[in-house]
Design a protein. Structure first.
Length: 433
């Protein structure tokens, strides 16, 4: 099998006149998480480009094309190419290329393209013009791709199979599982029990626990902006080795089996106990909001579940920014409950109002804004500039949170975008305004 292989910049790839997405290709299924990962990767590549100089290039992947009748049918790489095109098109609205003439009819593809473009718009909403230009320039200066072209379709699919059956990289929580099992090698019975308990859980629940809650809470509690939880950050959950003689380690030994998200735990079996503990805590929190009549107004605003995209009482629960605000609330509530173990009505409503006001304050709400808001970064756009997570972890009594001053009245007295006025009115009602 003889293949033509070239390395080119991403702009040159998406600009190609022969690039075609064939009808047999699967739907475009990348979601906001995939897009966010790609944007973060590009952002990191730009930083390295500035650090190491113009010789630095970031290899963004491999594209396999089947050359046929002067067409380059995309066999592998469609998801990434479409996403890169969406990013570049947002940054350069007048951009034209052959691929943009492709008419999509599949409902899944159309929905994901629209949703991801909206996410890209929100992600860039608070970026400066210089930052946007750096992203645009990166398509020619920093990002490169390997393009493999083959003459026969069978060769293209054979190459595709070999590219995609080399094994999937382990998720961070899988790496943590392996690490802590090694720490249990002297207790095989407990190790076997830990594996059974772990395998009985839903993988998505474990992934979300670490990525969307624990990792974010730890970062925000330390007044640090958070990001996607990847294999690079697993050290934060490796705990304290049993043989450690450090003073803080001795304190952790004496504290077990009690856990605090922001405090160290003992490596090995306690990691699995900790995971159980916080999965149960998250479930308890969701049930409390659902069943406690004192939180009925909150329940009516929050999504029923993570897949809820309904529009009720004028609140669009499918909005990416709204989902970010909801996650911010649940992270804050989890941090609070982890420390004080109560659902004080005033404290919970204060946390809810604080989290939801960022949705009211910012028209295009992306995770970058959530990050800045969570650590209390000062911004005239925000009605509240409270570093909520550091306030919680430094509070001595739960009343320090229930008595905290959270403002729900804006000047002028309306949401920054008309779309969120009903949410704003609901927040004022919750706070008796």
């Amino acid at each position: 099998m003889k293949n033509d292989s070239i390395i080119c910049d991403v702009f040159k790839l998406i600009k190609r006149d022969d690039l075609v997405i064939p009808n047999y290709q699967r739907p475009y299924k990348w979601n906001n998480h995939n897009v966010e990962d790609l944007l973060e990767d590009i952002s990191e590549a730009i930083k390295n480009y500035r650090l190491f100089g113009t010789d630095f290039k970031y290899r963004i992947g491999t594209v396999i094309l089947h050359k046929e009748d002067k067409k380059g049918n995309i066999v592998d790489g469609q998801q990434r190419i479409v996403t890169l095109l969406l990013i570049y098109l947002y940054l350069n609205p007048g951009f034209k290329c052959k691929l943009l003439e492709r008419e999509f009819r599949d409902k899944t593809t159309l929905s994901n393209i629209q949703d991801n473009y909206r996410f890209i718009k929100e992600w860039f909403s608070l970026k400066s013009e210089d930052e946007k230009k750096a992203f645009s320039d990166a398509f020619e200066d920093v990002l490169e791709v390997v393009v493999v072209s083959v003459k026969h379709q069978s060769e293209a699919f054979q190459l595709f199979d070999s590219q995609n059956t080399r094994g999937r990289a382990l998720d961070p929580h899988d790496l943590l599982k392996a690490y802590h099992l090694r720490e249990m090698k002297k207790t095989p019975f407990e190790m076997e029990h830990a594996v059974e308990q772990w395998e009985a859980k839903k993988t998505d629940d474990i992934r979300d626990l670490f990525d969307l809650y624990l990792f974010r809470i730890i970062n925000w509690s330390q007044a640090q902006k958070s990001k996607k939880f990847t294999a690079k950050e697993i050290d934060i959950f490796k705990g304290v080795k049993v043989e450690s003689a450090y003073t803080y380690a001795n304190r952790a030994f004496k504290a077990m089996p009690y856990f605090q998200i922001t405090e160290p735990f003992i490596a090995g079996g306690d990691f699995f106990e900790m995971t159980d503990h916080y999965l149960e805590m998250l479930d308890d929190i969701l049930k409390e909001i659902d069943r406690n009549v004192a939180f009925e107004d909150l329940k009516n605003i929050l999504p029923v579940d993570k897949d809820d995209r309904s529009v009720r009482d004028g609140v669009d629960r499918g909005s990416v920014g709204f989902k970010y605000a909801c996650n911010l609330f649940y992270c804050a509530l989890m941090c609070y409950y982890d420390r004080f173990h109560n659902f004080d009505e005033m404290a919970v409503k204060k946390l809810f109002t604080w989290a939801m006001m960022i949705r009211v304050d910012v028209e295009n709400l992306g995770f970058d804004s959530i990050n800045k808001y969570a650590v209390g970064e000062q911004n005239n756009l925000y009605t509240n500039n409270v570093p909520m997570f550091t306030r919680i972890v430094n509070a001595r009594k739960h009343t320090d949170i229930s008595n905290i001053k959270i403002v729900c009245l804006r000047d002028p007295d309306k949401a920054n975008a008309e779309k969120w006025n009903k949410l704003y009115i609901a927040l004022k009602k919750i706070n008796g305004k």
